[in-house]
Design a binder for this molecule. Structure first.
Ligand code: SIN
Length: 282
């Protein structure tokens, strides 16, 4: 039996958890319920938390071992596993990832790795009064809802995920984008992943997409590949599959990268600051 209260966020995915204080060590039964509820709901929202970096890492370990991000210049000093997500610039230099006014890019965290991440935990420290929501798409229900013919087609396809391609596309829109260093580029060769993956714990299938990070679908010509990717993206990000999280200070949002994708939303950084810390576990 659960030792906390839980409410659904949408009719297909996402839940809000009430009555859990993550700054204290959790009883084993509560930890097990949180892990089970993440598998069931795919996105968990836990508000009103007051977490130190140590707490953030301890809670992350309920789900797996936190990874060190390739852009290690944004790691929190002394906490290599925590990456800063922020639109704040100091001396003209961004202090974190997603620093621009328009960082919309549907993706699954670390899909540029051969072994992909399982879970991310994003904790809000400064919340903008306007904009900067994180939007989540239920790529599991979106897959289930595909017409049978299209489902059979995408089941057999794979796509190239490329961090280098992502940076090239972002730099085309934003010349101030800080490029990858040569050493960072060397760590992220292109990788191939199936377009549909089966969740290792639930067995459910979901679409594995990426708005800017996918270079192409293997074996298709350029226009066919682009057309199919656009069709799948439009389907998976239709409002009926999306939950948009408006941040408040102290929110922790935990999501299952094996069953969802997400994007930041525009935030005018001349008017509103945004600061969050993220761990991503493998
Ligand atoms: C992320 O992609 O992990 C961060 C999303 C956001 O900044 O809203």
């Amino acid at each position: 039996m659960r030792r906390y209260h839980i409410d659904s966020l949408t009719s297909t995915f996402g839940a809000r958890i009430f009555g859990v204080d993550l700054s204290r060590p959790l009883e084993e039964s509560v930890s097990a319920s949180l892990v089970g509820d993440l598998l069931k709901y795919r996105v968990l929202v836990i508000r009103g938390q007051s977490l130190s970096h140590e707490d953030h890492i301890r809670v992350s370990r309920l789900f797996g071992e936190p990874e060190i991000h390739v852009q290690d210049q944004y790691a929190v000093p002394g906490f290599a596993q925590i990456v800063t997500i922020s639109n704040i610039h100091r001396n003209g230099v961004p202090i974190g990832l997603y620093d621009g006014d328009n960082e919309q890019e549907w993706h699954t965290d670390l899909s540029f790795r051969p072994a992909m991440s399982s879970v991310s935990l994003l904790y809000s420290v400064i919340a903008p009064e306007s904009g900067g929501e994180t939007r989540f798409a239920d790529t599991t229900t979106a897959y289930d809802d595909l017409p049978a013919g299209l489902r059979a087609r995408v089941d057999g396809l794979s796509a190239v995920h490329s961090m280098v391609h992502l940076f090239e596309r972002q730099a085309a829109d934003n010349p101030a984008k800080v490029p990858l260093t040569d050493a960072q580029r060397a760590q992220v060769p292109d990788v191939v992943h199936p377009l549909v993956r089966r969740h290792p714990r639930t067995g459910r299938r979901s679409l594995l997409l990426g708005e800017l990070i996918i270079r192409n679908i293997v074996g298709l010509g350029e226009s066919e590949s682009t057309g199919l990717l656009e069709q799948l993206h439009a389907h998976a990000t239709a409002e009926r599959y999306v939950y948009s999280h408006r941040w408040a200070v102290g929110d922790l949002v935990v999501w299952d990268n094996r069953a969802t994708m997400h994007t930041a939303s525009p935030c005018d950084r001349t008017r509103h600051q945004r600061l969050l810390y993220r761990t991503t576990v493998m």
